[in-house]
Design a protein around this ligand. Structure first.
Ligand SMILES: NC(=O)c1ccc[n+]([C@@H]2O[C@H](COP(=O)([O-])OP(=O)(O)OC[C@H]3O[C@@H](n4cnc5c(N)ncnc54)[C@H](O)[C@@H]3O)[C@@H](O)[C@H]2O)c1
Length: 344
């Protein structure tokens, strides 16, 4: 159901994993969608597939959020009412070795986008943040009130955007929703779109690489943590549930103020549980290689979703690990070579 206030939505990074799911969800709900993506890690075909079988199609514009003039024109000519901002670089390890790349794209790029919004008088922004802004949390599950103390440039680049958003709200009347999440997994249940990062650092697709024989083993870093099976516990959220939260949060933006919501699984899953779920849904054995703990890996990282549940009525429709793994596996098997950036 489309509200009267928001009809036209710009999705930055809509050719990427989460962005393309948001595009499909928005189209299904009747919004007109424009995608701005420079295809640095996304796929044009993901935008095409996100409209498959639907009455409305997304408009795709290849370009960067850093190009303010292009963005202003786009916002004006498409009559954009709200922006969902997913475009970013996401590799934590790379952000440590090449922080400039992350500050430039994730922070300076977002600043250009927000200035373009200001110029075009677009006053609603949903920002894709990350639970990495908390760094090593003081306690789990992590609530929104915990201090933001990121421990890597990726997390810091996202925190800088959050701070800029808060200042833009106070000074220019920007309305916003900041959503923080950890590990997004699963795929569109129709198998049309899904996760296709290169390099892939996320656990579930890496386990699926082992399941189909592309890689020999999956490493487990630390088996002596104070958790029930000794392996780290992390937060996994189905991408479809996540994009539901984005729509709810966008519709709840009113005036020049904003809210911050964690999108979490509350209890999380251990690395071994994830491997077992993938073994079950694929029917394959997953050889593991146990390794020592990695420096700086907390035993448990899980976010609370109490706030968004209570305030916006968000509920996870796909909370169980097997559904997440099964949808990821269905996509993985159907994923075509069109979703690769590797040169043969
Ligand atoms: N995947 C996760 O588990 C996860 C967890 C927490 C937060 N996030 C955040 O969610 C967002 C989306 O993540 P994803 O997994 O879909 O990543 P992704 O790499 O699949 O998608 C990012 C998209 O942004 C585009 N892009 C990058 N820089 C751009 C620019 N300057 N201009 C235009 N387009 C640009 C890329 O081409 C790509 O299509 C990111 O902001 C990320 O920080 C992701």
């Amino acid at each position: 159901m489309v509200s009267r206030q928001i009809k036209n939505v710009l999705v930055t990074g809509g050719a990427g994993y989460i962005g393309s799911h948001a595009v499909r969800r928005l189209l299904r709900a009747g919004y007109a969608v424009t995608v701005l993506d420079d295809l640095s890690s996304g796929y044009r075909i993901a935008v095409e597939r996100s409209s498959a079988g639907l009455f409305q199609h997304a408009r795709f514009v290849e370009g960067s959020i850093s190009d303010r003039a292009v963005t202003v024109r786009l916002l004006r000519e498409s009559g954009i009412d709200a922006v969902m901002h997913f475009a970013a670089f996401i590799e934590v390890g790379e952000s440590v070795t090449d922080p400039a790349k992350y500050y430039e794209n994730n922070f300076a790029g977002a600043l250009q986008l927000m200035q373009a919004m200001n110029e075009a008088e677009v006053k609603k922004l949903v920002f894709s943040s990350t639970a990495a802004v908390y760094g090593n949390p003081l306690s789990t599950p992590i609530s929104e009130e915990q201090p933001r103390m990121p421990i890597n440039p990726y997390g810091r680049s996202k925190l800088m955007v959050e701070l800029a958003i808060e200042d833009f709200a106070a000074a220019y009347g920007l309305g916003y929703a900041i959503l923080r999440y950890f590990n997004v997994a699963g795929a569109n249940p129709e198998g049309l779109i899904g996760e296709a990062h290169e390099p892939e650092s996320h656990l579930i697709p890496r386990i699926l690489d082992v399941a189909c024989g592309k890689v020999d083993t999956i490493g487990i870093f630390g088996t002596d943590y104070p958790t029930p099976d000794g392996t780290c516990i992390r937060d996994y959220i189905h991408v479809e549930d996540l994009v539901d939260a984005h729509l709810l949060a966008m519709e709840a933006i009113h005036g020049g103020a904003g809210k911050v919501f964690n999108i979490g699984s509350e209890s999380g899953f251990s690395v071994r549980e994830v491997i077992e779920a993938c073994a079950k849904v694929t029917g394959k054995s997953i050889p593991v290689l146990e390794k020592p703990r990695r420096l700086g890996d907390p035993a448990i990282l899980v976010a609370s979703s109490a706030k968004i549940r209570n305030e916006l009525g968000w509920q996870r429709q796909r909370p169980d690990l097997e559904t997440i793994a099964a949808d990821a596996w269905a996509w993985y098997q159907r994923r075509s070579d069109l979703f690769t950036k590797r040169v043969a």
